[in-house]
Design a protein around this ligand. Structure first.
Ligand SMILES: [Zn+2]
Length: 164
């Protein structure tokens, strides 16, 4: 059983803006462990703190299913500092079970953040990893993938049971 309960749409917490982490202390570290474990216990390739009801700027991304060898990336106070290109691809969200959608995103992003030890890092990502980072960072500003859909009829799709 994942340690934390995932907040589901249309819970209002998902629309709120998260606060920056001031210090990566023991409590924050323990929370990150729980957040990682919660993602591992799900089908998601990423999770953001507000998805478990904590309005803190922390995300975890692990796109190993699409990019073998990726491993887990914990980012604190992540900020997109550069982006380029366009890409449209399918996205789902642990907080919006049962649906996937075609969403337009930047193809490449540069993200600056703190790692789980509180050290400054800069990540350059492209393709699926870039999409996952944009999706999770959006959660910190109260934005869901649903908010990016321009044509519900065309781009919002019911997930097939085997994809859940
Ligand atoms: Zn999501």
């Amino acid at each position: 059983m994942p340690p934390l309960k995932i907040v589901k749409y249309p819970n209002k917490t998902l629309q709120e803006r998260s606060e920056g982490v001031v210090e990566v202390d023991a409590e924050v570290s323990l929370f990150i462990d729980d957040l990682v474990e919660t993602m591992r216990g799900s089908t998601g390739v990423g999770i953001a703190a507000p998805q478990v009801g904590r309005l803190l700027r922390i995300i975890v991304v692990d796109v190993t299913p699409k990019n073998p060898g990726h491993g887990e990336l914990v980012l604190i106070n992540p900020k997109i500092t550069a982006q380029s290109g366009k890409r449209k691809g399918r996205e789902g969200c642990l907080s919006v079970p049962g649906f996937i959608a075609n969403i337009k995103r930047s193809r490449k992003v540069t993200v600056s953040a703190l790692d789980r030890d509180g050290e400054a890092v800069e990540i350059e990502a492209s393709g699926f990893e870039a999409v996952a980072l944009q999706h999770e960072i959006d959660h910190l500003d109260g934005i869901l993938f649903l908010d990016h859909i321009t044509d519900m009829k065309r781009d919002l799709l019911k997930r097939k049971p085997e994809e859940d």
